[in-house]
Write a protein that binds this ligand. Structure first.
Ligand SMILES: CC(C)(COP(=O)(O)OP(=O)(O)OC[C@H]1O[C@@H](n2cnc3c(N)ncnc32)[C@H](O)[C@@H]1OP(=O)(O)O)[C@@H](O)C(=O)NCCC(=O)NCCS
Ligand SMILES: [Zn+2]
Length: 247
């Protein structure tokens, strides 16, 4: 998986996106939302292109939603075209943009900025009875970070299967924040039988988690995408057809 900063957004990176992505980008009212979106989608394209050995602009993202019939494309993006067979997950919050890439295994990545706004309300909405009791037992000073550890773990799992929040945060039960990340229970017809989950370090003000639908343990390589994004910007600016190495 790769971390990037929205500060790396540039017109050159926008040139990597397709028409649908550029239209979505231009609909964001806030410039920080535009920057997070541009960096996330340029990075996702670069990673898929490198994996598939193609130009980033040839990568297609198919978005499917199994929950509603809204006409515009939404839901989890699945790489297609030359990048078919690869799986990605995108997340963005505050100063963090993350993209995870796997070969064939459904993956979910989530990063959340820690805030103490309406924690009690959010906890009642998102936590199961067992999680809620463990969360209330935390020292008051640890509750904000603890809540977002829960949220990131649960949402990473729901993003791996593509259910997203429509799957229901309380359908998934995970270990308490002071214990290693683990799935304890998953209710519902779309629950995978075997899944792998870990926390990621996204800095003191954030909590992040990665889930992979896999029967076997997963090895995660964490990269900083800034060199890749800067090199790509220069290369595409100069018309070079070569792709920089993402590592
Ligand atoms: C999208 C969602 C899974 C993640 O939300 P979040 O924590 O606010 O945002 P993140 O930055 O972590 O993740 C957003 C990314 O997840 C991906 N995503 C969107 N839907 C997804 C899904 N169902 N499963 C997995 N990933 C999804 C997208 O790549 C999106 O980024 P993009 O729009 O720039 O491409 C969650 O908000 C959700 O499920 N929303 C849908 C609720 C809804 O509107 N339902 C009605 C229509 S179905
Ligand atoms: Zn939908």
């Amino acid at each position: 998986m790769w971390w990037a900063s929205p500060a790396l957004a540039s017109p050159e990176l926008l040139g990597l996106l397709d028409e649908t992505e550029r239209a979505r980008h231009s609909r964001f009212r806030r410039s920080d939302d535009r920057d997070r979106y541009a960096v996330a989608h340029a990075l996702a394209r670069l990673l898929c292109a490198h994996a598939a050995g193609c130009d980033p602009r040839e990568v297609v993202f198919h978005r499917r939603c199994g929950h509603c019939t809204r006409p515009e494309p939404h839901g989890k993006p699945h790489p297609g075209g030359p990048a078919a067979g690869w799986e990605i997950s995108i997340t963005h919050s505050g100063d963090r943009v993350g993209v995870a890439l796997t070969r064939g295994l459904p993956v979910g990545l989530d990063v959340e900025g820690i805030t103490d706004r309406d924690l009690d309300g959010l906890a009642s909405y998102a936590l199961t009875a067992r999680e809620h009791a463990a969360w209330r037992a935390l020292d008051a000073a640890d509750r904000a970070a603890g809540f977002f550890t829960y949220w990131a773990r649960k949402e990473a799992l729901l993003k791996a299967t593509g259910q997203g929040l429509a799957g229901g945060l309380t359908s998934v039960e995970v270990s308490p924040p002071d214990a290693a990340a683990a799935l304890l229970a998953w209710h519902g017809p779309e629950a995978p039988t075997q899944v792998w989950l870990c926390d990621l370090d996204a800095g003191a003000d954030y909590r992040a988690a990665l889930a992979v639908v896999s029967a076997r343990p997963v090895t995660v390589a964490v990269h900083d995408a800034s060199v890749l994004l800067n090199q790509s910007r220069q290369m595409f600016d100069s018309g070079s057809a070569l792709l920089p190495n993402p590592r």
